[in-house]
Design a protein around this ligand. Structure first.
Ligand SMILES: Nc1ncnc2c1ncn2[C@@H]1O[C@H](COP(=O)(O)OP(=O)(O)OP(=O)(O)O)[C@@H](O)[C@H]1O
Ligand SMILES: [Mg+2]
Length: 481
């Protein structure tokens, strides 16, 4: 306990005042004091200084303890007020205590003086501490409230059963519910089936450990599912506070990026496989078609070598050999044209499409209806990209469309080139269009994307499948692509 005491003594007798002070000093207190004996003196003393203790006589020539107590109360002071007087009788003593004095001592019996002073100082200290704490609490409660109300994040306070006992405006915005509605709800009411278990686990975590943090799916009042990031802390045994942010847009963007990354990985694999398959096809064609033709030529040449004397027959054979050689040359041209149509470089996109459509008709029996307008020649890469998109579209038609006619349109637009391939087959499903596994389609889109273009697939029951490719021109920076 602080042993320094500044005492206000209300007493007409200097000797009595000193007596009390001496008792306190002998109990180890370092005492400073002022003696007053009238109302004005008392008021001035209270205004001028802070006091630890007030000792008052009962009756003085110009003052009474009742008047002193009135002044004391008006001042709203938290200082022990002890009355020390001659015998006044029990009734008056009780009245004094009722009037607000902390204790009453007889001048003739000061044995209780020190213990009473000590008890009152201790109680006063406790009371002051409680007042300080409650002031601090109410001001921090105020701060807490205003912080919660104005927080940009959704703030929810739940009790230990998960029932909401406090929410802010942002929480209402995020959930779509009003404050009144939320205060009748509990955490599990906002959790959809998908995240019910993990949501409850997170709540148990904050109850048991004091904190938790997670990204969870929540159910908006409209029924929409939204992603929230939730950070929770334990305030006390019955209050758990969570800060909640709606991160649906961010989460969706991340999912898009992840989906694109996955598609790209698949596409890489697909392109590698496609290259291998193409090599295998070319090897097979060279082996089957050219190999056989060259073997036949070789056999016939050998025959001519051995029958040179038979001019007529040799000449016949040589004519056959020339025919076979011509056929072989055509086969070589076809195979190499499939791999990389020279026409594309020499005569442009429209001619290459015409040639390929012709081959396609011969191979499949389907009819191609062409509407090819002159388009600006924007260079090899663009022609090749459009041609490959066209090739893949036609290959898909053979494999999947069950069509009889293909409509091919190449047209210049004010701001680009469009290539439209439409068939009258069964039509493509929406699932195939959006599937990350449709690598042929993704490859077509990717080819267009690399030259800032787009490919759109659609199904119309009348027209089967429609593929619209658009490439913006002129290409501003061809080196970039
Ligand atoms: N013209 C079309 N008519 C009907 N369905 C089509 C058409 N084109 C594509 N599809 C559907 O879209 C799916 C995806 O096409 P995609 O080209 O990506 O793959 P694929 O042709 O099956 O295999 P590949 O990877 O060898 O090209 C096909 O499996 C098919 O179901
Ligand atoms: Mg395909």
């Amino acid at each position: 306990m602080d042993k320094k005491l500044n005492i206000l003594v209300i007493e007409d007798s200097q000797a009595d005042a000193e007596l009390n002070v001496r008792l306190l000093r002998s109990a180890g207190y370092e005492v400073t004091y002022q003696r007053v004996e009238s109302a004005p003196e008392m008021i001035e003393a209270l205004n001028g200084e802070t006091w630890d203790l007030i000792l008052s006589d009962y009756l003085m020539p110009n003052f009474t303890v009742q008047a002193a107590l009135e002044i004391y109360h008006k001042g709203g002071l938290n200082v022990p007020f002890i009355v020390i007087s001659g015998a006044i009788g029990e009734v008056k003593a009780v009245q004094l205590i009722k009037a607000g004095a902390h204790d009453y001592l007889l001048k003739s019996n000061m044995a209780r003086f020190i213990p009473v002073v000590e008890r009152e100082l201790r109680e006063m200290n406790n009371q002051r501490a409680i007042i300080n704490i409650s002031n601090a609490l109410s001001s921090s409660e105020e701060k807490f409230r205003s912080y919660i109300d104005n927080a940009p994040d959704g703030v929810f306070v739940a009790d230990e059963t998960g029932k909401y006992i406090e929410v802010n405006d942002a929480a209402c915005r995020i959930t779509g519910y009003s404050k009144e509605e939320l205060l009748t709800m509990q955490i599990s009411d906002l959790l959809p089936d998908e995240s019910h278990e993990i949501g409850i686990t997170q709540f148990s975590h904050v109850v048991n450990t004091g904190t938790s943090k997670a990204d969870l799916l929540f159910k908006h009042k409209s029924g929409m599912l939204r992603w929230w990031t939730v950070e929770a802390v334990k305030l006390d045994e019955t209050r758990f506070l969570s800060f909640t942010k709606d991160i649906t847009d961010r989460k969706n963007a991340n999912l898009e990026v992840m989906k694109a990354r996955e598609e790209l990985q698949h596409l890489n694999q697909y392109l590698m496989d496609a290259r291998e398959n193409e090599r295998a096809t070319v090897a097979m064609e060279i082996h089957d078609e050219l190999g056989q033709a060259l073997t036949a030529i070789k056999i016939d040449l050998k025959w001519v070598q051995e029958h040179l004397e038979d001019i007529d027959k040799s000449s016949q054979k040589l004519s056959r050999i020339i025919e076979m050689t011509n056929d072989t040359i055509k086969k070589v041209q076809r195979i190499s044209a499939e791999l990389r149509p020279e026409l594309l470089d020499d005569l442009g996109l429209a001619t290459a499409i015409e040639w390929y459509s012709d081959e396609f008709e011969k191979r499949t029996g389907m009819k191609c209806v062409l509407s090819l307008e002159d388009v600006p020649d924007e260079g090899e890469r663009i022609n090749l990209a459009l041609f490959r998109i066209f090739q893949e579209a036609l290959t898909n038609i053979i494999r999947h469309a069950n069509a009889t006619t293909v409509y091919i349109t190449l047209r210049p637009l004010p701001d680009g080139i469009t290539l439209i391939i439409e068939d009258d087959g069964v039509g493509i499903s929406q699932k195939s269009i959006s599937s990350g596994k449709s690598l042929g389609l993704i490859g077509m889109r990717e080819r267009a994307r690399q030259i800032s273009g787009t490919v759109e697939f659609s199904k119309s029951s009348a027209a089967g499948t429609k593929i619209v490719t658009f490439i913006p021109t002129p290409i501003k920076d061809p080196d970039r692509i």
